[in-house]
Design a protein around this ligand. Sequence first.
Ligand SMILES: Nc1ncnc2c1ncn2[C@@H]1O[C@H](COP(=O)(O)OP(=O)(O)O)[C@@H](O)[C@H]1O
Ligand SMILES: Cc1cn([C@H]2C[C@H](O)[C@@H](COP(=O)(O)OP(=O)(O)O)O2)c(=O)[nH]c1=O
Length: 707
Amino acid sequence: MGAPSEARNVLAITSFRRLWISLSLSSLGDWLSLLALMSLAVVFTADAAPLAGHLAVAAVAAIKLAPSVLFSPLVGALADRLDRRWTMVGADVVRGLFYVSIPVVGLLWSGFALQWLFIASLLAEVVALLWTPAKDATVPSLVPRRQLAEANRLTLLASYITAPLAALLFAALASFNNVLGAFVPSLANPEADIALYLNGLTFFTAAIVVGTLPIPKHNPGVSAASPTRDGAVLRSVVSGPRHTGGTALGHGLVIGLLTAVAAGASVVGVGRAHVEALGAGNGGFGVLFAAVFGGAALGMVAGPRLLKKFSRRRLFGLVLLLASIALLFTGPVWDMVLSAVLVLVLGFASGVAAGTGLRLLDVAASATAGTVSEESAHRERAFSFVHGAARLTFVAVAVLTPVVAGLAGDHTLPLGGELEYQLWGTGIVLMAVGLVAVVLSAVAHHLVNREDPEAGPGLLPELFAALRGVDPNAGEGDGEVRTPGAFVVIEGGEGAGKSTQVRDLTVWLREQGFEVVGTRQPGATKLGMRLRGILLDRENSHITPRAEAMLYAADKADHVEQEILPALRRGAVVISDRYIDSTLAYQGAGRELETEELREINRWATQNLVPDLTVLLDVRPEDGLGRLGGPADRIESESTNFHERVRREFRSLAEAEPDRYLVVDASEPLEKVTRRIQKRVRSLLPDPVPSSSEAVTGMIPIINDED
Ligand SMILES: Nc1ncnc2c1ncn2[C@@H]1O[C@H](COP(=O)(O)OP(=O)(O)O)[C@@H](O)[C@H]1O
Ligand SMILES: Cc1cn([C@H]2C[C@H](O)[C@@H](COP(=O)(O)OP(=O)(O)O)O2)c(=O)[nH]c1=O
């Protein structure tokens, strides 16, 4: 949902933070009342015909969810004429009173309980119609323009993340219902009444918080647009489709996202009646509800970290299919715990699909835009469209599924002999929605992947590769570049003897018939020479660490592309005086830049070329520096402490990958060091050159380095 630090910055604005807390409280209460009212609808109609119970649940869903989507445009203009602060305070107080009145009226006049439940909750929603535009219009007056998008994201987050919290709270209340029942006189089960009282309390608290906010007066008629504005839902749904790109990708994403929403909504719609069939009550309903929304929230957060190397388009299709199949199995399953697990899978997979799908939607929407500013407008409208369509889908499915469940009725299937299988109307509906969802997921998967420019190998090979954590598009399997030649790097501190060893090794290998390129960093190419000049000039004391790291990386990029890779592709042995480890040691440990970031930058710069062997010439800094003649350059003249850190980093790099390193004590005599290196390098290489070509290589020495 955006960067955490951005969110923290917006929440640092005291007045916005208080508004946000008040919004979160209202949302929490609102979700809690949805759960409580659905439960009461089932409980009140327990003795009536089964269809009546399902219709009562559908009515609650319609009353609670539909007005905000369908009628907001009508009241928007009216709400705009009222003072925002007092509209919000008034609406919160009145809503709170209505919800509290439901159990109170029910207790005093039990014959009228169900009717009053409908009347009071409908009136509460009508009041909410005035509250929402006032809230939407207040946000822009409290936060600066540039933080508006983040603020709107946060309010959107608050309205959804409170759903699983409310559900868990409801389940917890249900678990303590016998204790609670001793204290609170209640209609049916105490948790529903207490949930409604709590809901009243959250609204009253929200009213107090908003009442103390410094909300500026506004000019009626000048309303600020917000992408989450309810008034715009229908309009954006009607005008929106073209903003999703009109491509197969766009269509597939919309179909897939709405399928995921419908799957979740069906559980909300029939969940309360379904858990009754499983022998669980309100606690079970709370758990299912929390599993859908909590799973979805987890999925949205975890999505980007899931199978990082796997194509996002394919992931979208796969998780949709997973969600649909989980739903399909939830229908006939006869066990509360297993149902909860399946619904959690459904919620999580839908959440991953939603997160991935929304990110891909950005891609689809941007593709239709010509300019950058158009691009963000398209993205915003595409999001409003999908969000609006998702809300409509949610309402429609949550209202229709209980009706269909009632019409389908419960059935007993004889399995022969004593055995029979109970198939409930709710189970039939869940299976039916699951089946449709499977088909739609397949369609969405097909559309989204039809024109994938980055499609890797087939779906299964890519999936298995991604499960092993390997980049499936890298051919070789480990992501490193493979060439016929060998790449040896000599690393170490100043005066360790690197240039000397590179020279000796080059000569020695050439004598055996290898084509050898001895080279160094920085400064092997034309550009490299100039960079070296800049980097080592003591006059340039102002170079910042990040700039320094980038200049060294630029030298490496040029060097790898122009010299090292072509030589390796020819099959030559390349011996380089320094490579990426020098950056990790000098710029990382020395300049104290983030090593992992340096690694990434250099991986990119060098096209992920990793040495076959790195020889570390380890020497105490004072000994190495003591061997050097001439004036010290910019880096050599750093402190002893700096050079100590460099040495430590080199050694820890070598320890981390003992197979790819040879560490040699460089304070030993020169010949001894040379022999140890020769022995190791020779074991790395194949037999020199076929004897037929020996004469030729012997005659034409290939000299590529400047030394
Ligand atoms: N093992 C060694 N023992 C003593 N002196 C050495 C050894 N290796 C190199 N030298 C000398 O140290 C100096 C610096 O060597 P050089 O190869 O230029 O180091 P680097 O390239 O690592 O800075 C040279 O004069 C070289 O002859
Ligand atoms: C390759 C590389 C070198 N360096 C530094 C280390 C050295 O001090 C300097 C140049 O190295 P070097 O070639 O060892 O210089 P000399 O010929 O004087 O021995 O560049 C980095 O800081 N980062 C790097 O990535």
